[in-house]
Design a protein around this ligand. Structure first.
Ligand code: MSP
Length: 526
């Protein structure tokens, strides 16, 4: 049985025919932030990612790159390293990287196929229809508008041959019921409605084989050695193999809590996958979450269109954390995003350089100047005006971690909205400085008021630093050290706070005597 405090999150496994771009990075960073947050909650997290290495598309890419038949593995080995390097650079802390060419994967796929066959869910027949090689997807005459792929709009190939089919139609009503019974199975809700709509039409059985004579780069069918399995059938099963290949126990980790994907592969995850699992006797995953696309102009960013933004180049210019922050703050998960350099620069300057960076810098400069970089005792003060301002900040900060928690753990995965909450508090803290004008109190020699203001600001910075650490791990660790702490910002997280009412000591976490260390400017203005 799956243990309660487990959190299992997956990303798609990417085709290794192209370099990773910002679209792939977006899914990775989103999953990484959720995984990091759940680790902070003390959960036993399993974050799986990897590469999808079989099928027509990869075989062709391998040939194009000058590799002959039988040399596909050599070709993919080279590209996989580039994916791993990109994820390392972007600070993606996954727990296991699955490759569909891993030997464990082959046996898991064959095992599932046998289970499905034994249930009578696989039969042989004639396939006569359209196929999109770039998307590795079959389309019916009706869906294939004028011979073009409804997904990528490229020309379809006509295929007529003996193949094996998976009896999806048998499970159509069951899946409709499941979608009704489990409203969070497919998110966001408008995507679930799309899937439900799709399931109201007749569901065709799925062609799950390829004759080796046409395409041999795949996993052999366990019941017919003249065929390999359809690449999507192979790919989806990675979510099971990844668990055992990492040395974990399938029963303890499955089902996945979140399959994070983009909308282009919704049908594969919200229709094929649950039916495959049902047929083979596995539990259903918690949520298939389909986010939107990053676009350039009106088009989806993709290698084939040649309109990609290289995430690594962007990090050279801005640093890794600002890129992570930008992608998550720019759009709600589920919506499409329009990438422009201007958008990136503006968001960076506004949120990171001006709001957060400035708050940190101003505060540490003042604590240095007025108190020799040592956090002072909070005194009793009798300045009513200032006390009121202090209460406003306190009342904004105390509920922040719970608000952020509720957003990050909501079925909508409201990461952008959680960041909005944090930025609002940062904004309040900057206004607090302007309204309080500490420099005036300094001139008047009102050290008591100055102490209160500095301690309020340090309190805000500490909390914000901890909360932002899943999104910007490295910068928040640097900020944590500048605030005078050792270790990592995530260490400052107290999950127990979320389930109880906060008290006065939760508010004064920064203790007098803490020695702050103003360091380099975290987010220099661009
Ligand atoms: N190999 C399949 C997935 C198999 S999962 C069992 C595949 N690979 S892919 O390389 O094409 O990656 C698709 C995924 O990459 C999308 O679902 C999304 O996560 C990410 N993205 C690729 N381009 C994207 C954008 N332009 N915008 C946002 N995400 C994008 O499909």
């Amino acid at each position: 049985m799956k243990e309660k405090n487990r959190f299992y999150i997956t990303t798609p496994i990417y085709y290794v025919n192209a370099e990773p771009h910002i679209g792939h990075a977006y899914t990775q960073i989103t999953a990484d932030v959720l995984a990091r947050y759940h680790r902070m909650l003390g959960e036993d997290v399993f974050f799986l990612t990897g590469t999808d290495e079989h099928g027509n598309k990869i075989e062709r890419a391998s040939r194009d790159a000058g590799f002959g038949p039988g040399e596909e593995k050599k070709f993919v080995d080279g590209i996989v390293e580039r994916f791993k390097a990109a994820w390392q650079k972007l600070d993606i802390e996954y727990d296991h990287f699955i490759r569909t060419t891993d030997p464990e994967h082959k046996s898991r796929v064959q095992d599932l196929l046998m289970k499905m066959k034994d249930r009578g869910d696989i039969y042989s027949g004639e396939y006569d229809g359209c196929y999109c090689t770039p998307c590795e997807t079959f389309w019916t005459e009706k869906e294939a508008s004028g011979g073009f792929c409804p997904e990528c709009e490229r020309p379809l190939e006509e295929i007529k041959e003996k193949n094996y089919f998976f009896r999806m139609s048998k499970y159509q009503n069951w899946l409709l019921e499941h979608l009704k019974k489990d409203p969070e199975f497919c998110m966001p809700e408008f995507r679930k409605n799309e899937v439900t709509g799709f399931l109201k039409e007749e569901l065709n059985d799925l062609c799950i084989s390829r004759p080796k004579s046409r395409m041999s780069w795949g996993i052999e069918l366990p019941f017919d050695d003249e065929y390999v399995v359809y690449v999507w059938f192979d790919a989806l099963i990675n979510y099971l193999t990844g668990i055992t290949a990492s040395g974990r126990d399938l029963e303890e980790v499955w089902p996945a809590d979140i399959h994070l994907i983009a909308k282009d592969i919704l049908r594969h995850h919200a229709v094929y996958w649950p039916i495959m699992l049902k047929s083979a006797g596995y539990e259903m995953p918690g949520t298939v979450f389909a986010h939107g696309w990053w676009k350039m102009g009106d088009e989806k960013m993709s290698k084939s269109k040649g309109n990609i933004v290289d995430p690594l180049e962007l990090t050279e210019e801005y640093g890794v954390d600002p890129v992570r922050y930008f992608l998550l703050k720019a759009i709600s998960l589920g919506s499409d995003g329009l990438y422009t350099d201007e958008f990136m620069r503006t968001l960076y300057n506004n949120d990171l350089a001006n709001d957060l960076g400035n708050l940190l810098n101003r505060t540490l400069t003042m604590v240095e100047k007025y108190f020799g970089s040592v956090a002072p005792e909070v005194p009793e003060i009798s300045d009513d005006e200032q006390l009121k301002r202090s209460v406003v900040i306190k009342e904004a900060l105390i509920p922040l971690s719970k608000k952020v928690h509720d957003k990050l753990t909501s079925p909508e995965l409201q990461i952008k909205e959680a960041l909005d909450e944090v930025l609002e508090v940062i904004d309040k803290a900057n206004k607090y400085i302007e309204r309080s004008a500490p420099w005036e109190y300094s001139k008047k020699g009102r050290t008591d008021v100055l102490k209160l203001i500095m301690m309020d600001l340090l309190e805000v910075l500490r909390e914000v630093c901890v909360i932002l650490s899943p999104v910007m791990p490295e910068s928040m660790n640097e900020m944590w050290h500048q605030l005078g702490y050792e270790g990592n910002a995530a260490d400052g997280f107290d999950a127990s706070e979320l389930s109880r009412k906060k008290t006065e000591t939760d508010w004064r976490k920064v203790k007098p005597g803490l020695k702050v260390k103003k360091g380099k400017i975290l987010f220099p203005r661009m």
